[in-house]
Design a protein around this ligand. Structure first.
Ligand code: FES
Length: 150
């Protein structure tokens, strides 16, 4: 991991206007916004924790749980939706026993949706880490999580 929390905060003066850049820096460094980071930001900026959570939850870019080693993004764009993206998402949720936006307790997998992966002709699609998986069916779900797939 890169910088620690104190190092990140030391780049700022603690003004209210610093809140979003601080949140972005922390997420870029840790991959998410840890609970203790919110507390430290609150002390540093004098912004109540509840307000910081309010701001952070407003923006889709911020997350409060770490990303799993395997980051699955199921496309829910129009083409994929028409070709059954909802069933793929539900199938993966069942397989991993988590919901969209969550990470498995062992931090192995996290599941999110994405608007369009840019390969609509191959719908339905998902991206697993950097790799696009296309023409998915429910039968493919197990393969997405086999040991050899990255
Ligand atoms: S809608 Fe899924 S790749 Fe475009």
């Amino acid at each position: 991991m890169g910088k620690d929390l104190r190092e990140i905060l030391s780049f700022y003066k603690g003004d209210r206007s610093n809140l979003i850049p601080i949140l972005q820096d922390i997420q870029a460094n840790f991959g998410y916004l840890p609970e203790n980071a919110i507390l430290e930001i609150s002390k540093f900026t004098k912004i109540p924790e509840s307000e910081i959570y309010g701001v952070a939850t407003f923006y889709a870019q911020f997350r409060f749980t770490p990303i799993g080693k395997k980051h699955i993004m199921v496309c829910e764009g129009t083409a994929c939706h028409v070709k059954g993206a909802d069933q793929i998402m539900e199938g993966i949720e069942r397989y991993l026993d988590i919901k969209e936006g969550e990470t498995t307790p062992d931090l192995e997998c996290s599941l999110e949706s994405v608007a369009c992966l840019g390969c609509c002709a191959l719908a339905p699609c998902a991206m697993v880490n950097e790799k696009v998986e296309s023409n998915l069916t429910l039968k493919d779900i197990k393969k997405l999580f086999s040991k050899n797939s990255k």
